[in-house]
Every structure is written in structure tokens, then in C-alpha cells.
Design a protein. Sequence first.
Length: 282
Amino acid sequence: MLKGLKVQSNNFDLLLITLLALLLPVVVQLSLPWLRVPFGLIMVLLAPGYAMLQAIFNSEVAPDWISRLALSFGLSLTAVALLVLILNLLPQGINLWSITISVSLWVILFSVIAVIRRGNQTRLIVEEPKEVSTLEKWQPAQNSSSRLIYIVGGLVVVVLLSLLLIELQSSRSEHLTEFYILGSTGKAENYPYNVVIGQPIKIQAGITNRENRQVSYRIEIRDGLEVLARTEVIKLENEGFWLQPLQFNVGSQVGIRTIDLLLYFDNNLDPYRQLRLRLNVN
């Protein structure tokens, strides 16, 4: 015969993190680093995992707060990594607001699920006259906690491996053309600055094709709308490079001038890359 029954239904923890999730979009706008930083760390590194822990697993698997915090941290890493993967596929991409809103919605969603689960599960604590040893009480909780730790660890590893694979695939699919200018020493320094009207200005321009295909380039040097010099079409195979001296003259206007070096890609009319050179014309 049962001696006593006790019903547990305390949702204070879930109500608290739900309130914090609602405040997160407001706090990130405050110019108070002493508040924003710790608040943000809690909401990113603990709250998503804690809400997820309470929604999916029974609280008995992690009876003490140290275990709950450790498991919440691991699940939070998994949750945030998953959110980053999803946001990276959406048009708005990854930014402060998208992460803030997604973390808030994640915490609120799993908190609501946890409250519903707690409401549907009547927790009964049975008081038996027979004494149970401390080891017998502790062993089931320890086994459950260990299993959950393994599950969380596995989730973290899977998500991190997914992030790594996506990053590797992204780096392989990114195409890039390197466009640069060198000074008189053949390095990215000692560019001409003080020049005299009528005196030829000499620089070196370089192009490296990393577009994974053959590309046709051309370079124009402009002072505003005035074209000072241009190259012929430069055809480069993938991983091919081109480095040649360029020479041009500025007009008769003295003072500080901004010279644009524009790189055009195939038959595009808009510049693909742009560099600027500031000159003091005397």
C-alpha cells in the first residue's frame, strides 16, 4: 500500500527562460556591455539547451544542477550550430538580428513544449516503508545521465562535422579573382604619390584567375570618367596569373586625385574588381 503521493508541477524555470528569451531582442539593442555580454552568453550557451533538455528528456535524467548545466551547454552548442546552418541557407543570411530572433524562438518553442509535457505527465513520488540504500537511488540516475551525456556528445560531434563539411564544400565552390597593384619595389608598398603633371606614372598590376575556368579580363585606369589607359583583353586559364607594368599620365589639374583601376570580367560592362590610387599632382 502506498503511504504517500506527491505531485510535482513547478514551471518557474521554464517561465524564467521564456521571459529572458522575450527580453533578448531588447537587450541586444542596449548600449550596456556589462549587461549585454553576460545576458547574451547565457541565452546562447545555456538557454537553448536547457529548454531542449526539459522538452525532450525527463528532468530525472539529470537530477542535480551541475549535470543540467553541463548537458544544457552541450545541447546549446548543438542547437546554435543547427540554427546557423539553417540561417546560412536563408536569404537574410547570418546576422545579429537573425541569430537573436532564431535563438529567442527556439527557447520559447521548447519551453512551451516542456510546459505541455509537464502538464500531461503527473509525477508521483511514492513513499515506501522499505528503506532504499543511497547506492540504489543513485545508480539509475547515474545511468540515465551517462546515456544522455553520450547522446548530447554524439549530437555535438555530428553537428560540428556537418559544419566542417559545409565549410569545406563552400570553400571549394567559391570562385575568386585576385586583382592587385604593386609599387616600385615589386611589393604592396611604395606606391607613387607625389607626381608631376606630364610625368608618366608607372605601377605593376597583377591578376590571378581562380574561377575554375578560362576567363577574359581587361583593365581600365580612370580619373573620374576620363579613361587614362586600358589594356588589351587578357585571357587566363584557371590558376593562371598575369603581372605586367602599366603606365599612364594624369591631366593638368593639380591637387589630390583619386585614380580608379577597374578590372572587367569577360564581356561584362560593370567592373568586377576595383582598386584606388591616391596621387598628389603638382
